[in-house]
Design a binder for this molecule. Structure first.
Ligand SMILES: *[C@@H]1O[C@H](CO)[C@@H](O)[C@H](O)[C@H]1NC(C)=O
Ligand SMILES: *[C@@H]1O[C@H](CO)[C@@H](O)[C@H](O)[C@H]1NC(C)=O
Ligand SMILES: *[C@@H]1O[C@H](CO)[C@@H](O)[C@H](O)[C@H]1NC(C)=O
Ligand SMILES: *[C@@H]1O[C@H](CO)[C@@H](O)[C@H](O)[C@H]1NC(C)=O
Ligand SMILES: *[C@@H]1O[C@H](CO)[C@@H](O)[C@H](O)[C@H]1NC(C)=O
Ligand SMILES: *[C@@H]1O[C@H](CO)[C@@H](O)[C@H](O)[C@H]1NC(C)=O
Length: 320
């Protein structure tokens, strides 16, 4: 633990210095450079002029609630208007030692589904769609923690995923009788193929670093957190040197490999129908109970295996 904190303070210190330089260079451009999002769930640093690092920090499990969704939407929306100051690469990392991005705010899935809860879902789709629609910026997930449920779905919708020793991702939805209906199923199918996607989705299996790398879900796995950070930054810096027009055309043309948007839309609608069924609602409430309302307890730290507690098949270990 000591060494972890020493290391993070060195990293924080040096990135603060670099961010200071970048801020001094920033001109009065159309994209305002901010240090922190409106609700505080994202912190921005600027490791070099064409690169933005968005560091996620939202509660004990970095969950996807209305505030996080609003902050990401607010960050991505202006990137549609491309100018010289638009970042060519955005790296999403996390300051939470255990979680990259957690699951959705499960209280938003508990019936009754209000207008407010529906809006949360709609805004979630809006921002994940922007990860594709914005073709002039490359989105990199730098994952060194857990990403189950929505976190895994969001990662799958970014352009690349690099992971460190603490990365463990997956979808636990099927165990609740739900589906990874926010892009998780469709994008996973596109990335790793139908057969593997079905295996991991239906059986609620976890991707650790080496497994995810072997399946092509992760671009690369690093067994050293510092090397993950350094390598992702080096890659981003290399990409950021080259003219934007080519970057944009490459991302735009490769979008023919994205899952069809009608599949995405019908899955999202199916999600809200399925999740309001009685067995699913009981499981949503059980999830909130087991996780003590989405806190970093043994259950949350043990995802995705701990979800087997719903079937009396979890031995209580955080990382089994
Ligand atoms: C793009 O820029 C125009 C002109 O400044 C502005 O009216 C519009 O709201 C911007 N759109 C987005 C999505 O930021
Ligand atoms: C994203 O692009 C698709 C297809 O080009 C379009 O139908 C959709 O309206 C766009 N969505 C947003 C949020 O810009
Ligand atoms: C991780 O990588 C860094 C940078 O290359 C190195 O200084 C450090 O010793 C490595 N840590 C371990 C545990 O190997
Ligand atoms: C940033 O992008 C611009 C425009 O393509 C380019 O001229 C510049 O060299 C890039 N700077 C860095 C540090 O990558
Ligand atoms: C990006 O590429 C697409 C597809 O060719 C094109 O429609 C769009 O105008 C390009 N955007 C920029 C900012 O170059
Ligand atoms: C979880 O939240 C519910 C509703 O707000 C509350 O009744 C319950 O006591 C909370 N449980 C824990 C363990 O905090």
């Amino acid at each position: 633990m000591l060494s972890f904190f020493a290391l993070s303070s060195i990293l924080l210190f040096s990135s603060a210095l670099i961010a200071g330089d970048a801020a001094a260079l920033a001109d009065a451009s159309s994209i305002k450079r901010r240090d922190v999002s409106a609700h505080g769930t994202l912190t921005f640093t600027y490791p070099s002029p064409n690169i933005t690092r968005a560091t996620i920090n939202n509660g004990p499990v970095n969950y996807v609630d209305q505030f996080f969704i609003a902050d990401v939407l607010d960050f991505l929306t202006p990137l549609q208007n491309v100018s010289n100051s638009t970042p060519k690469v955005v790296i999403f990392d996390s300051s939470n030692p255990h979680f990259w991005i957690g699951q959705i705010d499960m209280t938003s899935l508990a019936t009754p589904i209000t207008t407010e809860k529906k809006q949360l879902g709609a805004n979630y789709v809006k921002f994940t769609t922007l990860l594709q629609n914005i073709t002039s910026t490359i989105f990199i997930a730098e994952i060194d923690g857990q990403a189950f449920g929505a976190g895994n779905e969001i990662a799958a919708q970014m352009d690349m995923r690099f992971v460190g020793p603490k990365a463990r991702t997956g979808s636990f939805e099927e165990a609740l009788g739900l589906i990874a209906g926010g892009g998780g199923q469709t994008f996973l199918g596109t990335i790793i193929g139908k057969a593997k996607a079905m295996e991991y989705l239906l059986a609620v299996k976890t991707f650790d670093g080496p497994t995810g790398e072997a399946l092509g879900l992760f671009n690369k796995y690093y067994d050293n957190s510092t090397e993950l950070k350094l390598s992702v930054l080096q890659l981003a810096q290399r990409i950021a040197l080259f003219p934007r027009v080519a970057l944009n055309q490459t991302k735009a043309v490769l979008s023919f490999l994205d899952p069809p948007s009608n599949a995405f839309n019908s899955d999202f609608n199916a999600f809200y129908e399925i999740e309001q069924l009685p067995e699913e609602q009981a499981n949503v409430r059980k999830f909130l109970e087991l996780s003590a309302n989405q806190t970093a307890n043994r259950f949350e730290l043990g995802l995705g295996e701990s979800i087997m507690a719903l079937y009396g098949l979890w031995n209580g270990s955080p990382t089994s």
